[in-house]
Design a protein around this ligand. Structure first.
Ligand SMILES: Cc1cc2nc3c(=O)[nH]c(=O)nc-3n(C[C@H](O)[C@H](O)[C@H](O)COP(=O)(O)OP(=O)(O)OC[C@H]3O[C@@H](n4cnc5c(N)ncnc54)[C@H](O)[C@@H]3O)c2cc1C
Length: 460
């Protein structure tokens, strides 16, 4: 049994049906599958344009999502973004993001200087890193202070923070090096000069192929295709089926886990993958494993809003070759980023409009939650005018809110998740908890972890 019909739960079900003799049902509380993966129409005067409300692409260089697309026969439907370079809004101007970097850590000082993001003092602080080899951190550390000590605070505020903090609307002063940027953590574990270690790693294994890929027609096609093929293989997919309680036997107890639904229905299962947001998982496990529930309840979340806006082409000229703009926190804007959807994706480009998705909300800014949809759209439009130089009214807007939004992987997250696994293994061995709030935010990580949880339960 799988609780939660987001991409993690569906991937868990997909893994289960690969095993002969295993039957699986997904129980989803809302009236649709997909969770935070949602694609819908943006209503333009010229007709409807299909635009993602959440994820619009995923990492192509890790196997999990592209591999699943392959299994589902979607490989021919994968498309690459037409543009890939971000801008950063600093000091009232747009600057190109450096080209040679690993998660914002610059590998080329000339490239960084050329971007114009940092002041001369900021550049000097970055340059000084190579003169100060340092020991590897002994434990998990926060990304911001770790990098600020080496490269200066300005790099953290205006280069690393907007990119890495933008991934989960978090604050790099709190986020875990190991959980959020494992590539940097691995390099940091070598000690010495981090920029040199990263440069050597990159030279030894140069990345190949595009960084991101997307499903033509929107990310939700991954969900609908998965759902179709799951049904074809006999899986049960039930929407409007909220699970409200879970009674799991401890070791040596009866062989079933009992699920209670909001409707009053009771379902007994041999094994259960819980793939809901962590606050829900915490409440479901409160009786079966109070320690696991406490660990889950301790994961903080940040609500975010995405506003998709279409402008007439004459009213907005985007900087050429750019995929979007990142807005550092010290700009004080509601806008945290704007993604240039119609520049990135051919399918979002109707030839007459420019489609931008503007994001609001971060760890220290929940102002958007106090604004009604029209107020939020108006506020973000005013900021888009200022940052991008929009000269006319929008042709269409659409507000999407995500709450609980993004989980915050703060320092020590991986250790806490290990403890969670151990608690569950002893309190409720036939239950596994997975999902973006625990083991990786991006779609590939959700798919990997969902499948792994199902495999471990099926294979025992
Ligand atoms: C705005 C936004 C943009 C993003 N962009 C990208 C991107 O470009 N690339 C990328 O790789 N990732 C991106 N992500 C991240 C990615 O989309 C998510 O991390 C991922 O979709 C989460 O999947 P999940 O299944 O773990 O959780 P969810 O999608 O939250 O699914 C959990 C499901 O559990 C259900 N549920 C809750 N309570 C119950 C209950 N009691 N009983 C039964 N079911 C229940 C929910 O309704 C939901 O369907 C983005 C996320 C957001 C919000």
């Amino acid at each position: 049994m799988v609780v939660g019909g987001g991409i993690t739960g569906l991937a868990a079900a997909w893994e289960a049906v690969q095993h002969p003799g295993v039957s699986v049902t997904v129980l989803e509380s809302t009236d649709r599958l997909g969770g935070k993966v949602r694609t819908s129409a943006l209503d333009l005067p010229t007709g409807a344009l299909v635009v993602d409300e959440g994820a619009d692409n995923f990492l192509a260089r890790v196997p999990d999502a592209v591999g699943l697309c392959d299994e589902l026969g979607l490989t021919a439907e994968l498309v690459e973004p037409r543009v890939g370079r971000a801008m950063v809004a600093v000091g009232g101007q747009l600057h190109p993001y450096p080209e040679r970097h690993v998660l914002g850590v610059p590998l080329d000082l000339d490239d960084l200087a050329h971007s114009g993001i940092l002041s001369p003092a900021g550049l000097a602080a970055v340059a000084a890193e190579r003169d100060h080899p340092r020991p590897a951190p002994e434990d998990d550390v926060a990304i911001g202070p770790y990098l600020a000590e080496r490269f200066g605070q300005e790099l953290v505020d205006h280069v690393v923070g907007p990119l890495v903090g933008g991934i989960n609307a978090g604050d790099v002063a709190e986020l875990s090096l190991r959980a959020v940027v494992p590539q940097l953590a691995e390099a940091a574990s070598a000690g010495g000069v981090l920029s040199e270690v990263l440069r050597d790693r990159l030279a030894a294994a140069p990345p190949a192929g595009p960084v991101f890929t997307a499903v033509r027609g929107g990310t939700e096609r991954l969900v609908t295709t998965l759902a179709e093929q799951l049904t074809g293989r006999g899986a049960g997919l039930r929407t409007d089926a909220a699970v409200v309680a879970l009674e799991a036997p401890g070791p040596g107890g009866p062989d079933v886990t009992r699920l209670r639904l909001a409707s009053g229905e009771v379902i007994d299962a041999d094994a259960v993958v819980v793939a809901t947001p962590a606050p829900v998982a915490a409440s479901l496990l409160r009786t079966a494993s109070p320690d696991a529930a406490d660990l889950l309840a301790g994961i903080d979340h940040v609500p975010v809003a995405f506003v998709a806006v279409a402008f007439d082409r004459d009213h907005l000229r985007l900087p050429g070759g750019c995929s979007g703009v990142l807005v550092p926190r010290d700009a004080g804007l509601l806008l945290t980023a704007a993604s240039f959807g119609s520049a990135k994706w051919a399918a979002w480009d109707d030839g007459r409009h420019v489609v931008v998705r503007a994001a609001a909300g971060h760890r220290h800014d929940r102002r958007h939650t106090d604004l009604a949809d029209d107020e939020l759209a108006t506020a973000l439009l005013a900021e888009l005018r200022m940052v991008l130089g929009v000269t006319g009214p929008p042709a269409a807007t659409r507000v999407t809110r995500w709450d609980p939004g993004f989980a915050q992987y703060t320092v020590g997250h991986l250790d806490r998740m290990d403890r969670l696994d151990r608690r569950l293994a002893s309190d409720a061995p036939s239950v596994r908890v997975v999902g973006a709030d625990l083991g990786g935010l991006g779609l590939p990580a959700c798919i990997r972890e969902g499948r792994r949880a199902a495999r471990r339960l099926v294979e025992g």
